[in-house]
Write a protein that binds this ligand. Structure first.
Ligand code: FAD
Length: 305
């Protein structure tokens, strides 16, 4: 549901919600918080290499627990202060009381971060295990959206699942709960990674048919290794599109051919999504710049996203 424009102070940067609703299609990059000094170097190399592409925003995922959670806030703050990029922090409800969530939100605000992706998170250790809310925490992303909105002038995004969330009993229930969290105050949504434009379009159409106009950005990750396919199946709980899987199976023994095919497919997917009028494309980078840059440059050659 459109909530109108968040107030913007003179001279301050537009929020992600504003960029998505009021400009040309956005493009954005997602990173994860590194666990080691080598991982940190890789992340910053990717950030510096992608910065010249002037993405609309970049996002940092929230760790499942432990120190990477602080790293999320630290990296997001560093991006806000040391680069030209507009950062968004992901935030989850896992193992946090409401007081702790407010504390993290306060740290983000203090660092000048005004964009938050509010997701519930999965049980730590086994993402498919039983979800148990913190006794003083929140149960669903919908409540987290409210918490962030109440805490200040934030632009808030939520997660969307083209194949339904693995725990939702059916597509209709999934759509209903998705719309509830949009109406709780989300300005935009980002999908789980998609590999077939039709899957994204079905989600967009059913949400629109239910009367919700929250813009939904497709998440895109170029397949560079066969392991990516397995990982995507674990995360989405849905099979990788069989026709695409068959193409990868034919070149499975040749690493470079897998990578080339992954880039070609991502190019094709992005062009189709742009032709369909998506509000933007969110690239999942896995903290590497090369594949994302290749796809982006190819897509940008046809249209400025
Ligand atoms: P919710 O919207 O709360 O939904 C969870 C389940 O509960 C769904 O089945 C939903 O249908 C159901 N439900 C919702 N509301 C209700 C209700 N009121 N009553 C009954 N059932 C309800 N995880 C991380 O740990 N860190 C990250 O940084 C991160 N970033 C992500 C970014 C994107 C773009 C996406 C798509 C996912 C991300 N995730 C991340 C994964 C996410 O945390 C998990 O997929 C999680 O299981 C679901 O989060 P959600 O916000 O969709 O949850």
């Amino acid at each position: 549901m459109a909530l109108g424009l968040p107030s913007v102070l003179p001279g301050s940067r537009p929020s992600i919600g504003e960029l998505i609703r009021h400009g040309q299609p956005t493009f954005s990059f997602e990173f994860f918080p590194p666990k080691t000094p080598a991982g940190e170097r890789l992340l910053w190399q990717a950030i510096r290499e992608l910065e010249p592409l002037q993405p609309s925003f970049v996002s940092i995922t929230y760790g499942a627990g432990g120190t990477t959670r602080d790293t999320t806030v630290d990296v997001t703050e560093r991006i806000a202060t040391e680069t030209t990029l507009l950062p968004m922090a992901h935030l989850t409800a896992v193992d946090h009381s409401v007081a702790e969530l407010r504390n993290v939100i306060g740290r983000l605000a203090g660092a000048g971060v005004r964009n938050v992706l509010a997701v519930r998170g999965d049980p730590p250790g086994d993402p498919t295990g039983e979800w148990i809310a913190h006794p003083d925490g929140v149960r669903y992303a919908e409540e987290l959206v409210r918490l962030v909105r109440e805490a200040g002038d934030f632009s808030v995004g939520v997660a969307a699942f083209p194949y339904k969330h693995p725990r939702s009993p059916d597509i209709a229930t999934d759509t209903e709960y998705f719309i509830r969290k949009c109406r709780a105050g989300a300005d935009f949504a980002i999908t789980q990674m998609v590999f077939d434009a039709e899957d994204y379009l079905r989600l967009r159409d059913r949400v629109a048919a239910a009367g919700c106009d929250t813009p939904i950005l497709p998440g895109v990750m170029p397949v560079t290794k066969l392991a990516t396919i397995e990982r995507s199946e674990q995360l989405s709980g849905a099979p990788f599109p069989p026709a695409l899987a068959a193409q990868f199976a034919r070149v499975a023994d040749d690493e470079e051919a897998v990578r080339q095919l992954g880039i070609e497919q991502a190019n094709h997917l992005c062009r189709r999504l742009i032709d369909e009028g998506v509000p933007g494309i969110h690239f999942i980078t896995m903290n590497r710049s090369t594949a994302t840059r290749e796809v982006w440059l190819n897509v940008a050659a046809g249209a400025r996203v």
